[in-house]
Design a protein around this ligand. Structure first.
Ligand code: 6PG
Length: 265
């Protein structure tokens, strides 16, 4: 049995400045005035959690989203001396989702992950799990890879340690779009998502089943363009079908929202 449970996370204080709004979202909510201060808060949480997982399990499984919002976080992890001791050598890097376009297409999430993290850290290449998005059975292959690698862990601990998610203005997260087929992927960890409800191109995405089994889920939301989506999450009048981010609900892990003031309704 592990001697410490990294679910008892050493997380940053939720409210540093008492005058900021704190929307009533499921889980804990960190609000900071600016995106830059928010990056500090999430980077610190990630740092402590990664070290706790390495102490307990010997490794750290981190799943990262694409999109524009998390890019400053990924860069900060590389250049800020406070995070120099992030245990990249013991980290497995997974992709939350990927676009089904050729590897050198700039819409590929992995391009951004490579430019921000992979090329600048000492993470061993065999621990970088890129989605081979154009292979016809890319989803099944990635699911098998996840099962195989996480299978080295003790039963019950064979899950992702940290998943960083974003939210689209339409309420999607990962590549789980409103009214799209992947919302109903039962018994699957990873699926292809396509069809009229998916913003092109087609995607490969982690499912709710995999995301919700994680130890720690961090949802990063910045900017005014996301305010309406946050207001809809708070109101909880929509179904998961209409507002997929509502389907994020960890089974035994922790959910934490990171919002800048501009994203707060
Ligand atoms: C992606 C994502 C997606 C993203 C949201 C928010 O690859 O696009 O995984 O779920 O997090 O669309 O995107 P922005 O951060 O660009 O607003």
């Amino acid at each position: 049995m592990p001697d410490s449970d990294p679910r008892q996370l050493e997380l940053s204080p939720v409210q540093a400045a008492p005058f900021l709004p704190r929307p009533r979202l499921p889980g804990s909510v960190v609000v900071r005035e600016s995106p830059d201060e928010l990056v500090d808060a999430i980077a610190a949480d990630l740092f402590f959690q990664s070290r706790a997982c390495v102490r307990t399990f010997g490794d750290f499984h981190l799943a990262l989203s694409g999109g524009r919002t998390p890019e400053p976080l990924y860069r900060r992890l590389m250049y800020d001396p406070n995070y120099r001791d992030l245990p990249w050598k013991r980290t497995h890097l997974w992709q939350v989702d990927e676009r089904r376009v050729p590897p050198d297409d700039e819409r590929r999430n992995f391009q951004m992950l490579r430019e921000t993290i992979v090329d600048h850290s000492d993470i061993p290449r065999e621990q970088v799990h890129a989605i081979d998005a154009l292979t016809p059975d890319a989803d099944t292959r990635y699911q098998t890879e996840l099962r195989d690698v996480l299978g080295w862990r003790e039963k019950g601990h064979d899950r992702l340690d940290c998943v960083i998610l974003g939210v689209g203005a339409d309420g999607h997260t990962a590549s789980l779009f409103p009214r799209s087929p992947a919302l109903h992927a039962e018994g699957r960890l990873v699926v292809i998502n396509s069809g009229p409800a998916v913003t092109p191109p087609d995607r490969i995405t982690m499912t709710f089943e995999l995301i919700n089994a994680s130890r720690f889920i961090a949802v990063l939301v910045t900017g005014e363009s996301k305010r309406d989506a946050v207001a809809r999450i708070v109101a909880r009048r929509d179904s998961v079908e209409e507002l997929p981010i509502l389907g994020v609900s960890p089974l035994a892990g922790e959910l934490r929202w990171y919002l800048d003031r501009a994203a707060c309704p």
